[in-house]
Design a protein around this ligand. Structure first.
Ligand SMILES: Cc1cc2nc3c(=O)[nH]c(=O)nc-3n(C[C@H](O)[C@H](O)[C@H](O)COP(=O)(O)O)c2cc1C
Length: 237
């Protein structure tokens, strides 16, 4: 376990949570809260939660003014620079959001687009043929967790575009994609939702000690709470 010092007080990790659900009662955030509870079980973390929908974050205007300034900040004067400051300080960044049109909600995508001040204009070709921009900050120390809930029952392909994007954008990534997420806020479904939330809490504890999730844990978290047939019957009546 990594320990960091902040103004004399010791804490284990600095965690930035980017909550991308626009809803007050987010299905996805229930899982994220349970995960955070688990992460906090054996250690004291510093956790910053940003409800992105409440922030004033304009879309990137593509001016590359950040590449002139090279100070890790955007030229647009809104709430993004505060997020960038937290981003570079974080040990773990949790992106928590519902799947929207096979990707992330647009207000959260604006946050991702506007992390471009953290890289430079220069391009690097990796041995596997991928090309990315040179880093301005040390990304190797940042660990990323993506927790995404979606409304469809499990079907192959629903999360493919998101997985492709996240695997390319983020290093040190763990990703958990959960079908049937609306069940998490339906009281009658508590009998299947509560065990999943308990599993998320355990997963948080596992992640806090290893900065990794085992394949077995991911399988438990991503297993549908009820069968596709039962879910579709419930939706379609
Ligand atoms: C605009 C919009 C687009 C959506 N696109 C998808 C989708 O591509 N696949 C899917 O399974 N669910 C989709 N959903 C359903 C949400 O992912 C689902 O309701 C989720 O549980 C909401 O999570 P939240 O309460 O955390 O916001 C979409 C919902 C909205 C409003």
């Amino acid at each position: 376990m990594r320990r960091c010092e902040q103004k004399g007080t010791e804490y284990a990790m600095r965690i930035l949570v980017l909550n991308g659900s626009p809803k007050k009662k987010s299905d996805t955030f229930r899982m994220t809260e349970a995960f955070l509870r688990g992460m906090d079980k054996e250690q004291e973390n510093v956790i910053d939660v940003i409800n992105v929908i409440e922030k004033n974050i304009a879309p990137c205007k593509g001016c590359f003014g950040c590449w002139q300034k090279k100070d890790g900040h955007c030229v647009i004067q809104d709430d993004q620079n505060e997020i960038l400051d937290l981003y570079v300080k974080a040990d773990v960044i949790i992106w928590s959001f519902p799947l929207y049109c096979y990707s992330m909600p647009s207000h959260l995508k604006a946050v991702l687009d506007r992390t471009i001040p953290l890289v430079k204009k220069g391009m690097v070709e990796e041995s596997n043929g991928t090309i990315h921009h040179e880093a301005l900050v040390d990304f190797s120390k940042i660990h990323t967790v993506v927790i995404s809930g979606c409304g469809f029952p499990d079907w192959e392909g629903n999360f493919d575009a998101l997985k492709q994007m996240c695997n390319t954008c983020f290093g040190n990534l763990e990703m958990v994609c959960v079908p049937e997420a609306p069940l998490l806020n339906i009281p009658e479904a508590a009998i299947v939702a509560e065990p999943l939330l308990e599993s998320f809490e355990k997963a948080g504890a596992e992640y806090a000690s290893n900065l990794k999730l085992s394949d077995e844990t991911k399988k438990i978290l991503e297993t549908p709470m009820i069968s596709k047939e039962e879910y579709l019957r419930g939706i379609n009546g």
